[in-house]
Design a protein around this ligand. Sequence first.
Ligand code: P6P
Length: 369
Amino acid sequence: KFSEECSYTGITLTRYMIEFARANPELAELESILASIQTACKTISTLVRRSSMTGLVGLQGGGGSVNVQGEEQKKLDVITNDVLKNALKFSGKMATLASEEEDAPVALDEDDNYDAYRPKDIVIEEGNKYIAVFDPLDGSSNVDAGIPTGTIFGIFDEGDQTCVVDEGLPLTAAEQECLASTLRPGNALIASGYCLYSSATHFVFTLGAGVQGFTLDESNGEFVLTHPDIMLPPRGKIYSLNEGNRWAWDNALRDYVTAIQKGEGESGVAYTSRYIGSMVGDVHRTLLYGGIFAYAGDKKNVNGKLRLLYEAAPMSFLVEQAGGKAVTGLHRIMDIVPSGVHQRVPVIMGSPDDVAECQKYYTAESAKD
Ligand code: P6P
């Protein structure tokens, strides 16, 4: 939904956050956090746009650098992770960060350096009270081919303590109790959003009262409000998923996709397929045009590919705030309490009527069990 008037009134993200903080004093600290994130996104946008000329393409260290996911790290994965971590550190509001590119959550130590930490030596400076989760450059393998990529972030209000545990080791009672306060469900998010590096650089986020979309005006370096109060249409005509996984799909997904491909779904319209293999770009198009995006579980990957904490939950918060639905098939994603930082979860999200229709196939399939 565009508003010509808004795109020329110059309502910048900076001004929007000043007015938000004035109207919501209890959340005023989000102003500096969002300021840090928008600065990081502008830096990452430039790094991505210039990567072919600056040599920031290809694999970190020429190859062999693997992140905790077992994925080969790109040069940009590493540098964009540092950009975000430093931007958030200088916000002065962070207690803990969890990133796709970090093995475990990190916190600032007494020397104001990031360090993996344990409950006993966490230094929470006065005022530090937020947890940031992020994927600094989702879809980074697409950069070298000029395909859109993005940064995904979520902000939680700090619990009474934060902790990290050695996953795979038996959890102590203290760690179990502590973990419950750090790995929070999407319902606990107070802000989430993404930055899309595409034909333009877009900053789309929610603070829990609707979804606002900004576009980077490169003539003055400001994000300008161009997509106020984004709302998904109840139903679209586009489905977005990787058809290459078709023969591993569950029956529910296979039957649903076949129906909408044939025009035999509830709308009677044959849907078209759009998929770029970059979550931020696929979700952005879904938010604006409607339809359904999915990376569902299948026989190869029962929990799909996308991570709950810093991909699925922040995007689900946005989609629900835009009037959409976000589910695993049977369950609402925002309700799921993560059991680990890098836990994967099946994702089906988009227009409410489309997602509800898809869910009917999962419900019918589970009734057979
Ligand atoms: P596939 C990118 O690698 C990513 O994490 C998401 O951005 C994207 O939606 C998905 O994986 C694409 O995965 O298996 O279709 O290439």
